[in-house]
Design a protein around this ligand. Structure first.
Ligand code: PLP
Length: 376
């Protein structure tokens, strides 16, 4: 950890974050320590539900990247649940995105029905906040960029309005990762994420975390985790820490691939409504330039209907069907199949992997061309 300096770039930071000083004869990243209870001696660790060394190291890494103390949970939803339950006062009003990850809306509707809650669309949140909408609201959750269309909200404006209203702000930063966006630096109180996605990127685990600007709020989250038992085990956490070292490289290639696919498909006759914030014509472009630290690796577009999606995917050898995103493989999700998003039957969310750019472009363009010839 002390090897890192403030001026270090992202690639340097992810390689060393949370790792101990090098010790001759020891690995760079110590392996997972498997234990429930520990032999107890005065002042030593005693039980893994509270903390364990593998978790301590990964949380230290996230703390470096987020710029605030970070608490890890067994999934993104567990992290969001912890955030809501530990930071909302009894009867506290909550505002959540109307168009973010539908799991968050479902959690609030089905498991927290007693909460006074309002849903606001991502692109309306800045106007809502500056127009006094946050008066009397205890917690605002935003998801920016959001996970389906990459709509964004202006975090500096929203957090300034929230501060005036005395409202806490949590940013679901799953799509951005702390390399793509630093919510705490932009004035948010919490950065929450599913680390199942790009942060770990190998499609082999579930994890999530919350980083807090105020250490007391992080301590409150930690206490909630210990009491409820939502502590992740060492193996997942170690896999995540091992994967973190390649985050900068993975995001670079994913973004290169997304930009190339967006350029190749934007004017294609079988493709409509393409969204990629890196394109100057995209509605999120101006905000993305200002707020994101780097371009990201996802895009979305529409083809005619459900059968066109099937034909597209049958003809795209490099596009795997999967719902999740941010992994090494390029994956495509027909979002309408899950019923949670307001999208058409032909809407495709594409998460670019790290395949060779030229191969991916050839593959997607050929698949799009196949729709044109079969429609003719
Ligand atoms: N937040 C966003 C933006 C997501 O896309 C997801 C999952 O897709 C979650 C949270 C929930 O994460 P997990 O599946 O790790 O519980």
């Amino acid at each position: 950890m002390t090897r890192l300096e403030e001026s270090d770039g992202d690639g340097t930071r992810v390689v060393a974050a949370g790792q101990p000083e090098p010790v001759p004869g020891e690995p760079f990243l110590p392996g997972p320590v498997f234990a429930g209870p520990y032999h107890v001696a005065d002042g030593s660790r005693f039980y893994s539900r509270y903390e364990h060394p593998t978790l301590d190291a990964f949380e230290a890494a996230l703390t470096v990247l987020e710029g605030g103390p970070s608490v890890v949970f067994p999934s993104g939803m567990a992290a969001i649940t912890a955030l809501l339950q530990s930071s909302l006062p009894p009867g506290g009003r909550l505002v959540i995105p109307a168009d973010g990850y539908f799991g968050t809306r479902t959690l609030v509707r089905e498991e927290m029905a007693q909460l006074p809650v309002q849903e606001v669309a991502t692109t309306d949140i800045a106007g809502f906040a500056s127009g006094g909408g946050l008066d009397g609201v205890a917690l605002l959750v935003v998801e920016t960029p959001n996970n389906t269309r990459y709509d964004m909200c202006d975090l500096a404006a929203v957090t300034a309005a929230a501060q005036r209203a005395g409202c806490l702000v949590a940013v679901d930063n799953t799509v951005g990762t702390p390399l793509g966006q630093r919510p705490l630096e932009l004035g948010a109180d919490f950065s929450v994420a599913s680390d199942t996605k790009a942060l770990t990127g190998h499609s082999d685990l579930l994890l999530g975390h919350v980083a807090a600007r105020d250490p007391d709020r992080a301590a409150r989250l930690r206490a909630w985790r210990t009491r409820t038992g939502a502590t992740p085990g060492p193996f997942e956490v170690w896999l995540a820490h091992r994967s973190l070292a390649t985050l900068d490289l993975r995001l670079h290639r994913q973004a290169t691939n997304a930009r190339a696919l967006a350029d190749a498909l934007a004017g294609h006759p079988a493709v409509a409504g393409l969204r990629y914030p890196g394109l100057p014509t995209d509605p999120s472009h101006e905000l993305a330039q200002r707020q994101l630290r780097r371009p990201l690796g996802m895009l979305s577009f529409e083809v005619a209907d459900r059968s066109a999606v099937d034909r597209f995917l049958d003809n795209a050898r490099l596009a795997l069907r999967a719902t999740s995103f941010g992994g090494l493989h390029t994956t495509v999700d027909r979002r309408a199949q899950w019923g949670g998003d307001a999208v058409s039957d032909g809407f495709l969310r594409v998460s670019c992997g790290i395949e060779d750019t030229a191969d991916l472009v050839d593959d997607f363009v050929a698949a799009a061309d196949s729709l044109r010839s079969s429609a003719a």
